[in-house]
Design a binder for this molecule. Structure first.
Ligand SMILES: CC(C)(COP(=O)(O)OP(=O)(O)OC[C@H]1O[C@@H](n2cnc3c(N)ncnc32)[C@H](O)[C@@H]1OP(=O)(O)O)[C@@H](O)C(=O)NCCC(=O)NCCS
Length: 421
């Protein structure tokens, strides 16, 4: 048997194969730095060896690898697992220690039934599903392709769980869960509705993304992208960073290296999504205006925790970065290329233009309007109906109570024009 993916998950599968008396001939992994796992050699070029078990825990990655391997797949069942003779288990599926599959269950391909999990009578489990340790699915439950059921979750009889959902650990699922959402709690409730309609991750193939700006905001944005991936909203592969002030090849963090500056970006020959992770509003605009490469697109990167009270009345442009725990109520319009750097609250009828940066904790009361290229400092507040024009800076902790003049800095409570002399 061959395993594809030299991960922690593979270690468990190796134990299961050992317990079943099946030899692991070799592992494969795309990462050339991994040479062996539990003393088994790791190869980096698959040449058709089979049967293979894709030993990768992430459901989407497992699907991508399984789809590119044209071969026979193994099915791995630990001797301590109990599988009804009236159940079916698809190819590539792994059933771990102490798991139970009851009568008339249909278990899809390339699933993981993790340690001690149990799937009761007549459940139908789609392909690429992961049912985590000790999770319990009662009778007649249906789980859509690619869903991830967290550890010790309980799903009551007859519930349907949509494709590519995430059900949090310890949840008690008492009603149907639609496609593509993250839900958790007892009772289990939907916590994140995607801002774009989400049904099937096959509609969201992995796209390449780079980050312009290799500083702290760049690293924050990289972490945010990973959380978006984990929530199953979109699937991004971070290819690296662009920055005009850091040498090409310099490692920014574990997320990647500097690939170049504006010239390299403008010469990039393949489609590439870009996040501009620069905190100075005017510089954001300058960088944007210098990008002439038609291969570059600017997606909205929206943290899974973003809350929209009234989705019907919410509008958003492109290239926005919305970090964790931001919220909007109703009739909110956000332009393009803004940064909402976390915990930003926006009330009814708020209108935000382009290239603004709202630092963490900024709150905009109802009917506030913000023009372009403004910088609102940490924890600052703009009171109801105040109109902020363009190029204004509001100091940290300040409260803007009246309309400021364009291009000036305001600080204090109430915020007053600040003269630097
Ligand atoms: C649901 C889940 C995916 C959310 O992850 P996340 O998006 O990173 O969420 P965060 O950790 O930022 O938590 C956000 C909020 O939700 C709460 N929360 C997260 N998961 C929760 C859960 N399972 N049950 C109840 N509350 C939960 C957090 O406490 C936090 O609350 P706060 O905003 O009041 O502080 C994750 O918590 C989870 O349960 N994963 C399953 C892990 C598992 O079973 N692994 C098995 C591996 S074999």
């Amino acid at each position: 048997m061959y395993l594809y993916g030299a991960s922690g998950h593979a270690k468990v599968i190796i134990d299961i194969l050992n317990a079943s008396g099946i030899k692991v001939d070799a592992l494969f992994d795309d990462d050339p730095t991994i040479k062996e796992l539990l003393s088994i050699p790791v190869r980096h070029q698959w040449k058709g060896e089979s049967p293979v078990v894709v030993s990768v825990g992430n459901n989407l990655s497992r699907r991508q690898i399984a789809e590119k391997l044209d071969c026979e797949f193994g099915t791995v069942i630990h001797p301590t697992a109990v599988v009804s003779p009236n159940a079916t288990v698809g190819e590539g599926t792994v059933v771990m220690q102490g798991a139970i599959i009851q009568s008339d269950v249909k278990m899809g391909k390339h699933c993981i039934l993790n340690t001690g999990a149990s799937v009761d009578h007549e459940c139908v489990i789609g392909d690429y599903v992961h049912i985590s340790p000790q999770a319990t699915l009662c009778g007649n439950v249906q789980v859509g392709e690619g869903a991830w059921i967290g550890a010790s979750a309980v799903v009551i009889p007859g519930v349907k769980i949509g494709k590519w959902c995430t059900i949090g650990a310890g949840s008690v699922v008492v009603s149907d869960v639609p496609d593509g959402v993250m839900a958790f709690g007892n009772p289990c409730r939907i916590r994140t509705k995607p801002s774009i309609p989400f049904c099937d991750q096959s509609a969201h193939p992995v796209k390449r993304i780079a980050i312009y700006g290799a500083g702290g905001l760049g690293r924050e944005v990289a972490g945010g992208i990973v959380r978006i991936n984990n929530a199953g909203r979109q699937q991004w592969e971070i290819v690296g960073f662009f920055d005009d002030n850091i040498p090409v090849g310099a490692q920014v963090s574990h997320y990647g290296n500097v690939l170049g500056g504006i010239d390299e970006l403008n010469n990039f020959e393949e489609p590439l999504a870009l996040a501009i992770a620069v905190g100075a509003p005017k510089t954001r605009k300058l960088i944007h205006d210098r990008i002439t490469n038609p291969n570059i697109t600017f997606p909205n990167l929206i943290a899974p925790s973003f809350r929209i009270l009234d989705k019907q009345t919410f509008e958003i442009g492109e290239g926005n970065i919305i970090q964790d725990n931001c919220s909007v109520t109703c009739d909110v319009k956000l332009g393009s290329f803004n940064v909402f750097n976390g915990s930003n609250a926006m009330g009814h009828d708020v209108n935000v233009g382009d290239f603004n940066v709202l630092m963490p904790g900024v709150r905009l009361s109802g009917e506030v309007s913000i023009g372009d290229c403004n910088l609102l400092g940490v924890d600052s507040i703009v009171l109801q109906r105040v109109k902020v024009g363009n190029n204004v800076t509001v100091g940290a902790g300040s409260v803007m109570m009246t309309k400021p003049k364009d291009g000036f800095t305001y600080i204090g409570i109430p915020a007053k024009k600040f003269d630097f002399e």
